[in-house]
Design a protein around this ligand. Structure first.
Ligand code: ADP
Ligand code: MG
Length: 571
């Protein structure tokens, strides 16, 4: 076949396919137009699958002289030349939606602009005006789309069942309801009210309507100010709500991102949020979150995708980090510190474990795996800001970035601090975790050590050591604290027994705690995986005294951004 230029009708149908690929994209475009028109009430009606789609708004309306123009390709009131493309604030800007929809359906529009008496009615068929007249209505616009894709059997064939298509429509309306809590949305599917939002301006009210009360009750407001206030004005501002780890979902469709109120899909931002929940959710569970990102419009390109559902950030990394931090900070500040028994499950081996005190080890979990007693009230413990791990140096120090500069964390000292607090908490609750040894281990001690050991049996037993005399300065060890399992606990015992035997009981308890923490902590020189580093930092964030190890030495060195600036002669 020779090359020939396609006729305009075919061209417009092909082009329309880019913007309008299913009923939900018609709804999306029409709702965006209503929002751009400043509507405070938007009602969406669908019936018979693709049979009828109607969007009614109380926005500014279209002046009578411009109604036809609105259906011309590339006709828009939102863009004034190429320069303004860099500072788009509206959701639409290409002037493609109305002509695209009109190319593949029958469209009626009834609109009345402020200051005009009476409305205009325009009907289009195959993209061509078939009727024009006047019809009264209040200020606003009603667009009715009938028989979508009727003339495009290829497209029609690929549509899913009406139920699936309406669920996509419901999702579109839900997302905009979340993005614009000040707008009153209503969605009717085959006459049934599927969604209504109050338009109160409060995000949580929209969340309650979209996701239900249970989720709404468990949402935490993102308090990003701690981080953002210290950074440049142009840095991304993150607001919104995230679910406490107590509620989660088994897929990622409960994550919504809005950039300057535009609903976008972004795998990298989804990942940023999931990262922030690292170790807070069970495997296979995903968070619920509504994340609003505001950025100066000239730092992003919204014009990279036909349906405008993707954007390109000038500084993608900065946005990723801002989202991750804002979410993480919210979670750390507002969620209960995981209880000790929950942390301990990771180490417990049920067949060989028994509680020292005789009280059964609790097997309940923070995440509702098993029935659990009511949680203690949240304990806000933030003496360390939220840190982002950058890497490890010398196999000994974790490098992390915080809101105010750089942190170098001594992995051993930090882990000692974490374990010291964990052991103390377990002791307070009489729930020290014990590891029974498959074979008892014999330990021979010096006469001096023998003396010390005799007088501190009980103290050691309190921490999970089961030690019995075996004659002739030899002892049988049957169980050790679980933290020391597979560690050099014999060395630890000898070291402990070599220390002066004086001191009261409390003194000894502290000594044993420090010793266990020290011997079970990661060593300097040990390479850590990214996961291990993040876990270490997360646990350190939750300690009450993160800055020093139990010996009183610092766990970290902080290089503030001011100090860094000075060092580089910036001030
Ligand atoms: P875009 O939204 O990219 O400008 P559209 O084809 O969606 O392109 O709409 C074309 C124009 O029609 C808009 O720029 C706007 O001026 C007008 N318009 C469309 N829908 C509405 C509405 N609901 N209320 C007021 N004006 C509207
Ligand atoms: Mg539009």
């Amino acid at each position: 076949m020779p090359i020939k230029v396609l006729d305009p009708k075919t061209v417009s149908r092909i082009a329309a396919g880019e913007v309008v690929d299913r009923p939900a994209s018609v709804v999306k475009e029409l709702v965006e137009n209503s929002l751009d028109a400043g509507a405070t009430q938007i009602s969406v009606e669908v019936s018979g699958g693709v049979g009828l789609i109607r969007v009614v708004d109380n926005g500014v309306g279209i002046p009578p002289g411009e109604v036809e123009l609105a259906f011309e390709r590339y006709a828009t009131s939102k863009l004034d030349g190429i320069d303004s493309l860099a500072s788009i604030k509206s959701l639409g800007f290409r002037g493609e939606a109305l002509p695209s929809i009109a190319a593949v359906a029958q469209v009626d529009v009834v609109t009345c602009a402020a200051g005009h008496s009476g409305g205009t009615k325009l009907s289009l068929e195959d993209g061509v005006v078939s009727q024009r007249g006047s019809q009264s209505r209040s200020v606003g616009t009603t667009v009715t789309v009938r028989n979508l894709f009727r003339k495009l059997p290829a497209r029609l064939k690929f549509l899913k069942s009406p139920a699936t298509e309406s669920s996509h429509i419901a999702n579109v309306v839900s997302q905009y309801a979340l993005a614009f809590p000040e707008v009153k949305f209503a969605l009717f599917v085959d006459g049934r009210a599927a969604l209504r939002t109050p338009g109160s301006g409060k995000l949580i009210d929209s969340v309650a309507q979209v996701y239900g009360l249970e989720i709404a009750r468990n949402m935490l407001q993102i308090e990003g100010a701690g981080w953002e206030s210290r950074t440049a004005v142009s840095s991304p501002q993150v607001t919104g709500v995230v679910a406490s780890p107590a509620v989660s979902r088994s897929n990622r469709s409960y994550l919504s991102f809005f950039v300057n109120r535009r609903w976008i899909a972004s795998r990298s931002l989804a990942w940023a949020v999931e990262e922030a929940y690292h170790r807070l959710l069970m495997e296979g569970k995903h968070p619920v979150a509504v994340i609003n990102i505001s950025l100066p419009p000239d730092t992003l390109d919204v014009n990279i995708h036909p349906t405008k559902t993707e954007v390109k950030f000038q500084n993608e990394r900065a946005v990723f980090v801002a989202v991750q931090k804002a979410v993480r900070q919210t979670l750390v500040e507002l969620t209960p510190v995981p209880r000790i028994e929950e942390v301990a499950t990771a180490y417990r081996s049920p067949s060989t474990t028994r509680p020292v005190s005789g009280t059964p080890v609790r097997s309940d979990s923070l995440f509702g795996l098993f029935p659990s007693p009511p949680l203690p009230p949240p304990t806000p413990v933030v003496s360390l800001p939220v840190l982002r791990v950058l890497g490890q140096i010398l196999s000994s120090y974790v490098v992390a970035e915080g809101p105010d500069g750089l942190y170098l964390i001594d992995q051993h000292a930090a882990h000692e601090r974490i374990l010291w607090e964990r052991i103390n908490a377990q002791r307070r609750q009489h729930e020290i975790e014990v590891q029974g040894l498959l074979e008892p281990v014999t330990v021979e001690v010096s006469p001096r050590q023998d003396e010390v050991l005799r007088s501190h049996y009980e103290d050691l037993a309190e921490f999970g050591f089961s030690i019995e005399p075996f004659g002739n300065r030899t002892y049988l060890v049957r169980a050790v604290p679980i933290l020391l399992h597979n560690k050099d606990w014999v060395g630890m015992l000898r070291e402990l027994l070599d220390s002066p035997s004086g001191g009261d009981k409390g003194d000894w308890a502290e000594r044993i705690t420090v010793s266990i923490a020290c011997h079970s902590a990661v060593r300097a020189g040990q390479t850590l995986t990214d996961d291990e580093m993040r876990e270490l930092v997360r646990e350190l964030e939750q300690t009450t005294v993160p800055h020093t190890c139990p010996h009183g030495r610092p766990t970290m060195i902080h290089l503030s951004s001011g100090r860094l600036g000075k060092e580089f002669g910036r001030e």
